[in-house]
Write a protein that binds this ligand. Structure first.
Ligand code: ADP
Length: 333
């Protein structure tokens, strides 16, 4: 059960907008639904802005009704569509977007997305004065100021399901598998998945490991009779092809590893119960903070407590939490 802040509503709006931007994440729909229903229930009109910031600058938005968000809570992706909009990085484009919102009578915005989306949200509200509250929508869970993000739990569980199947083959054929999961700059998915799958090793960008060390560990484990099969979970890292190169290098140590790249299957699919509840609570809280006259914040989670985090901090600091990786190390052979 999440604890939602008790807030006093000190203002209201005729209409607010909601958008999803950047990489899509499961349970974005649950967040949209919560924003729409919370606002409509207190008489505020809601506009769904299509394709993230692209829809904001092309005036692609439509009025949402309570029934327009029926039957979406179980669906992956985002009914509002998402996009990457390079033009929004330019101040004149953001000025145009503010004009379009004003023309439509939209007085505040809820932006759901990752680091990039939240950066755009911060600049937009700072320059235009239009109140904005952000929600962390990211399968990577790499956003500063929140220990959880919308879609992370689903992505982790999808990867766990896939790796459990791969392990059957690894055991039957006594093979080593390098399984690549998402995470360009962060190993949150890899660490969580690696612990949950009982991985032999977890390789993440925050703790670069030299290939020799991996090779020697595997070889000495084999010599000690500790398993002839195994799963190594590898975060994809910033450069494409990392896992394939690692498999090539491991041949020098006599290790024939199979590579399996989970890729986009981690992004889609029906959200877990955890993500649906998190996204619903965050959506309600976003509207409540707008009514309490807050802006330029993201709704973050600290355990079970939802709280406001200044967007300035969200985009300035890098999330780093070594606790789970330390736990993982204690479980390695
Ligand atoms: P995510 O939100 O998942 O991190 P991106 O990094 O692609 O995904 O960002 C999504 C969108 O947010 C971009 O396409 C752009 O419209 C906006 N955005 C990203 N960075 C900035 C920035 N520095 N200034 C303004 N807008 C930005």
């Amino acid at each position: 059960m999440y604890s939602l802040p008790e807030l006093e509503a000190v203002r209201t709006f005729d209409a607010i907008g909601v958008l999803t931007s950047g990489g899509d994440a499961p349970a974005m729909n649950a967040a949209i639904r919560a924003v729409v229903r919370t606002a409509l229930n207190i008489g505020i009109k809601v506009y769904g802005i299509h394709r993230g910031y692209s829809g904001l600058i092309t005036d692609d938005m439509r009025r949402m009704s309570s029934s327009s968000v029926s039957n979406i809570i179980q669906r992956g992706g985002t009914i509002l569509k998402s996009d990457r909009c390079e033009a929004f990085k330019e101040a004149p484009t953001r000025r145009r977007a503010a004009e379009i919102l004003k023309q439509n009578g939209i007085q505040a915005l809820v932006a759901i997305g990752g680091d990039g989306t939240l950066t755009g949200a911060h600049l937009f509200t700072e320059e235009s004065g239009i109140p904005v509250v952000g929600l962390p929508g990211s399968i990577d869970n790499d956003i500063y100021g929140t220990d959880d993000s919308i879609g992370f739990d689903t992505a982790v569980n999808t990867a766990i399901g896939a790796i459990d199947r791969i392990r059957d083959t690894a055991l039957s054929h006594e093979r080593l598998f390098l399984v690549e999961v998402m995470g360009r700059n962060s190993g949150f998915i890899a660490t969580q998945v690696g612990i949950a799958c009982g991985a032999e090793m977890i390789l993440i960008p925050e703790h670069p490991t030299v290939v020799e060390s991996i090779g020697y560990t595997l070889v000495s484990n084999r010599k000690a009779g500790r398993g002839s099969s195994g799963i190594i979970v590898v975060a994809e890292g910033p450069e494409p092809g990392l896992t394939g190169r690692l498999a090539d290098q491991l041949r020098f140590f006599g290790e024939e590893a199979r590579v399996c790249i989970l890729g986009h299957i981690q992004r889609g699919g029906s959200p877990t119960g955890h993500d649906r509840v998190l996204a619903s609570c965050m959506g309600i809280t976003a509207v409540n903070y707008l009514l309490a006259d807050y802006s330029d914040i993201m709704i973050g989670s600290d355990g079970r407590q939802l709280m406001p985090v200044p967007l300035q901090d969200v985009i300035k600091y890098r999330k780093h939490d070594p606790r789970l990786y330390k736990i993982a190390l204690q479980l390695h052979k």
